[in-house]
Each structure stands twice: as C-alpha cells, then as structure tokens.
Design a protein. Sequence first.
Length: 133
Amino acid sequence: MTHSMDLDVVGWGPAHASAHAVLVHYSRWGRILRAVEGFLVVWAIALPMLLVPTLIIPVVANALALSIFLFVVRLRASEVAKVVRGTCPDCGHTQFFDVPTRFRVPLEVECQQCSRGLKLEEAIGEQAPVSVA
Ligand SMILES: [Zn+2]
C-alpha cells in the first residue's frame, strides 16, 4: 500500500521548510517476500562467480554476509520511502533526500547543497493516501 506524508524540514536556524515523502507500507507477508527476494538476488549474482576456484571462499563469505544482512533489513522495514523530496531551510535548495531503507520519522538527513544536517519531522495533521496496491 502506497501513501504519502508531508514532512517538516528543520535545519540550523528557526526557519522550517517542507518535504513530501511517498512511502510503501509492506504487510508481514510482503516483508517476508521482499526479504527472500533480496536474499535470492545476492545468491543469483554470486553463483556464477563460484565457477572461478580462487573466488569461492571470498564470494561465499561475502554473499552469505550480504544476503543475511539484506534479509534482516528488508524483513524489519515495514515502511520504505520511495521518494522524499524537500527544500533545505538553510540554503533553499530543493532536492531528493537520501533516506535509509527503514523509514521512520524523525529522521536525520543531509543537504546535498550546503552539507548541513537536517531533521525530517512529521507535519502535524497532514497525511493523505495516494493509492492502494
Ligand atoms: Zn542546504
């Protein structure tokens, strides 16, 4: 299920700016399928590399670690941000913010223009559904 969220962007100064996030909410089974998908994608990429005998040990070790990491991260991420777009309150630059897989507010981000730390907070009373998938 996809929905949107309006956010406040708080910078160093007293001024606030706004941001808009498009989020996907995954159910329990959706999270499990997504976690299994991440696990399998890592091994689908790693398996052809196992044909090279000298790469077997490092590929297996790294693929195992990455696939378990992706599985756990995706299993725990019930809200995933597809797009977070907003304006820096300090320099006025409008940008797409880099956010982690697991989206929770408040969230610390960085302005790509002035490199200052910003905080995304939920705007009070503004949340509208976009579509239901
Ligand atoms: Zn900025």
